[in-house]
Design a protein around this ligand. Structure first.
Ligand SMILES: *[C@@H]1O[C@H](CO)[C@@H](O)[C@H](O)[C@H]1NC(C)=O
Ligand SMILES: *[C@@H]1O[C@H](CO)[C@@H](O)[C@H](O)[C@H]1NC(C)=O
Length: 207
């Protein structure tokens, strides 16, 4: 009995030493605000498609067209990429996306209340995210590829070269927003949602 306990102890210490010190990617406290955000996003067709002219697009940075496939290729490019880094990137991308969508809507646009509510809920998630990780984590140096993307995202608009702009519909931007959320915070969503939305990543996991 005692040896079993000791063996068990040794094994767990061993595992602990083997794996780099990592924080759980998604603390449980994030699931409530994420689900609230998910609820808002479920109305995106109505507010982001029907209230806009047919084929309406807005100009975004190409890095703001951030889909599950982009997450997948970053994971392949950067060895041992921390999920937390991808989550930080997700916040950065979608903060810009929401800002750009809100900017094109006049004060009395019928989708404005929806979008500002969505932004508020997004901020709530971000608040919990920041609170639930130690501050040093946010000062950690980013892998080079990620830092490059980050620099593009935070570039002044007038310094962005013409070739880096893309046209995207507000609905497609929120589709990406939602699908990447399911991929990056999969612990908070049903596995079917994550599986559907992160199809490519799931495939690479199972060779
Ligand atoms: C997220 O929203 C979808 C609708 O878009 C819904 O079917 C799903 O159950 C929601 N997931 C959670 C975990 O709330
Ligand atoms: C919208 O885009 C589709 C596909 O590109 C095109 O066939 C259609 O004519 C466009 N509609 C309008 C109103 O511009």
């Amino acid at each position: 009995m005692a040896t079993q306990i000791i063996a068990c102890f040794v094994v767990s210490v061993g595992l602990f030493l083997l794996s780099p010190v990592r924080v759980a990617p998604t603390p449980a406290s994030m699931c409530t605000p994420l689900k609230t955000l998910n609820d808002s996003l479920s109305h995106r067709r109505r507010y982001m498609k029907h209230n806009f002219p047919i084929n309406y697009t807005i100009r975004v940075h190409r890095k703001e067209v951030f889909k599950p496939s982009n997450i997948n290729s970053l994971r392949l490019q950067v060895k041992g990429l921390d999920e937390l880094v991808l989550q930080r990137l997700w916040f950065q991308v979608n903060q810009g996306v929401l800002k750009k969508i809100i900017r094109v809507m006049p004060e009395r646009h019928p989708s404005r209340p929806y979008t500002t509510e969505l932004e508020r809920r997004f901020r709530d998630v971000e608040g919990v995210f920041v609170q639930s990780h130690p501050a040093e984590l946010f000062q950690q140096e980013l892998p080079e590829t990620i830092q490059e993307t980050w620099d593009h995202l935070t570039e002044e608009s007038d310094r962005v070269p013409e070739s880096s702009w893309r046209l995207a519909s507000p609905k497609s931007l929120l589709d990406n927003f939602c699908h990447t959320m399911h991929c990056l915070f999969s612990e908070c969503f049903a596995s079917t949602e994550a599986q559907q939305d992160c199809d490519q990543w799931q495939k690479t996991l199972k060779p």
